[in-house]
Write a protein that binds this ligand. Sequence first.
Ligand code: XUL
Ligand code: CO
Length: 447
Amino acid sequence: MGNDFFKGNKEFFPGIAKIKYEGPGSDNPLAFKFYNENKIVSGKSMKAHLKFGIAYWHSFCGDGTDPFGGTTHFYPWNEKNDPMDAAKDKLDAAFEFFTKIGAPYYCFHDRDIAPEGKTVLESEKNLQTMVEMAKERQDATGMKLLWATANMFSHHRYMNGAFTNPDFKVLAKAAAQVKAAIDAAIYLGADGYVFWGGREGYMSLLNTDMKREKDHLLKMLIAARDYGRKAGFKGNFMIEPKPMEPTKHQYDYDTETAVSFILQNGLEKDFRVNIENNHATLAGHTFWHDLKIASDNGLLGSIDANQGDYQNGWDTDQFPTNVYEATRAMIVVLENGGMEKGGLNFDAKRRRNSTDSADLFHAHIGGMDTFALALEAADRLVNKGTISAMVKDRYASFDKGAGADFEACKFSLEQLRDLAAGSGEPETTSGRQELYENILNNAIYGK
Ligand code: XUL
Ligand code: CO
């Protein structure tokens, strides 16, 4: 019974009603067990804390293709021959899904919602037409656009990069695409605009002038920012770090790199980072680490909520099910005071062999329940304050006396030497990692 989409006349997901919260006692696979959108957690509803977004590309465009085989997900909205007619069916399917799953936001690449035309003008017109239709549906349903972006990695012209292409003519095409995508973001009232530089990197340093390419990248981000602000875009521009894939090395390698780039170039007023779990793990970090780097620098923009595979390491874009990992993420989000204009976008796809329409619902229900559990666990931990008090105490020697003077830059190296020479060997202090881990587990299990 695979690929059972579109059995009805008008509905693309027939037989599936709006997903409701039924609580942990329910055995209904098409119900939330933990995500209760109106439940108040620390003065705010779960819906407002989590701000779930649906990724248009995975849920309505991804067809199950992998490097070893073609389509396994056959969608009724891809059946019409005219690409604009197909795009309209896809939009209807998407909004049907959004309202049935009950997520308040969505995200798209320009080419997800509108087909590329033969010319720049035709592409702009296609996008404008689809964006106007999307606006009508947003107004009718209350859905909001979390962020938009331009796909500057699929077309063959971008095989050597977009903003970092060695051919200026290609760079100009990328500029045209970004301008139209920013216009779309403004028209739809998006809270963000994302730059993920899929091909902004190199396959070989032998043929690459890295310094020049990075300079072009910066110039283009500034041009996009200036255009967006002039045209009235009020949201955050965001860089989404990823170390590799499809290139061997991407310039926005990890969060630390992207944050440094933003700060070094004075872009912090307009730019934030959009952090994806599986990109962090691909860079050899944890999701938690990258979120913390962003938050510590006041640059946490939004999250692409997914998870990787712990054995093979690459970007498998699976739906988040790991409550422990999600809890650590939500601790950072809560301590950050939320994400202002950001949310949790499911940049995640069903497995190639998950071919039933219900699988799309199971996948999102799992992701939403996971983060609902994580939110409550993180809230218990943050509110209790045991860990933050323990961490504060760990650094207490810098709160007064010579330690505080050091932080206030009152000591030279020689003076520090004299202090050390005048005192005995410090007593060792336990880092108590196991105790911290137990406290986190206790919070996850309801204490
Ligand atoms: C690719 C990825 C993208 C960005 C948007 O790994 O994460 O889907 O989120 O271009
Ligand atoms: Co992503």
